[in-house]
Unconditional design. Structure first.
Length: 299
């Protein structure tokens, strides 16, 4: 499997967000841009031929920015730790992300870091900027899942579930709340690896609670149809199947199970071929590689 890429759902700010993030994080780039079909209307209501997705690499981690429409709003239920090496780098990244955004936790010293801040940027995306990194953490940017509201108390269960479902996955370490810190036994900070990538989970007793939604989803990139079938069945078990390769798992987290063949075909074909493939995809839940390829090649 080719890994897991967070997908950020915007109304019409994918290009603007991509420009902001690639300018903030060193070693970042735009890898590809896809467009909505030109020959028919799309479910998002965006102009035909306008930008649909921007594929990014931010400090070594793959992201997708999507112009999906106004249906969903990003919230802090999924945020991103940004590990920095110096105080100067911490301050620079914090200032850039906070510009036009809002500060959830101010930049200062905390028991877990001598310099930390939690900020929601101008696009609504939440970042936890932290000086230094824990032993064994290789990524600069690490996704963090916060289980609150109806999902409060399920962080440990989710970490165990994901570690069992994906290859090259395991629990790293778990810190729990003591009686004088919060709900005793709940997860304060849990580190785990999914498909070779670092993740963090926590139980967030926040008011009002933040619920997972489609505004931040996790794309599972699959090599072939058996891999698509496997992850679709496992992730949708106890959850809810959605259209066009989207689903919600038993914890309410949104996933996209995406064959790499689909991405490769969009880059290879002309606009008419891509339009046919997109139209075929609109009638699917789980993506069918053979049917997508047949639609792309017909004509």
């Amino acid at each position: 499997m080719n890994g897991i890429a967070p997908c950020l759902w915007f109304d019409d700010r994918a290009e603007e967000a991509a420009e902001l993030y690639t300018g903030i994080f060193p070693g970042s780039t735009v890898r590809a841009v896809s467009r909505f079909p030109e020959s028919f209307d799309n479910p998002s209501g965006k102009p035909p031929g306008s930008v649909m997705t921007v594929e990014l690499e931010l400090a070594g981690l793959a992201f997708t920015a999507l112009n999906g429409g106004p249906q969903f709003t990003i919230n802090p239920s999924i945020s991103f730790f940004v590990h920095t090496e110096t105080s100067e780098e911490t301050d620079r990244i914090f200032a850039a992300l906070a510009d036009g955004g809002s500060i959830l936790m101010p930049l200062q010293e905390y028991p877990w870091s001598e310099r930390f801040a939690w900020v929601q940027d101008r696009n609504g995306v939440s970042w936890q900027v932290i000086l230094g990194r824990r032993e064994g953490v290789r990524q600069t940017i690490v996704p963090c899942l916060m289980f609150s509201g109806a999902q409060h108390g399920r962080a440990r269960e989710a970490m165990q579930r994901y570690s069992e479902l994906f290859d090259h996955s395991r629990l790293r370490d778990v810190a729990t709340y003591s009686a004088d810190e919060g709900p005793e036994g709940m997860i304060k900070h849990g580190r785990f690896v999914v498909a070779g990538q670092d993740f963090v989970a926590m139980d967030g007793h926040v008011d009002p609670p933040f619920g997972f939604n489609e505004a931040v989803s996790l794309q599972v990139m699959c090599e072939d149809q058996p891999e698509v079938d496997r992850y679709w069945a496992a992730l949708s078990d106890g959850g809810e199947e959605g259209p066009c390769g989207w689903l919600k798992d038993r914890f309410g987290v949104s996933w996209q199970v995406v064959p790499t063949a689909f991405i490769e075909l969009t880059k290879r074909g002309d606009a008419a071929a891509n339009d046919r493939m997109f139209q075929s995809m609109l009638g699917m839940k789980k993506l069918d590689i053979a049917a997508l390829r047949a639609a792309h090649e017909r004509g």
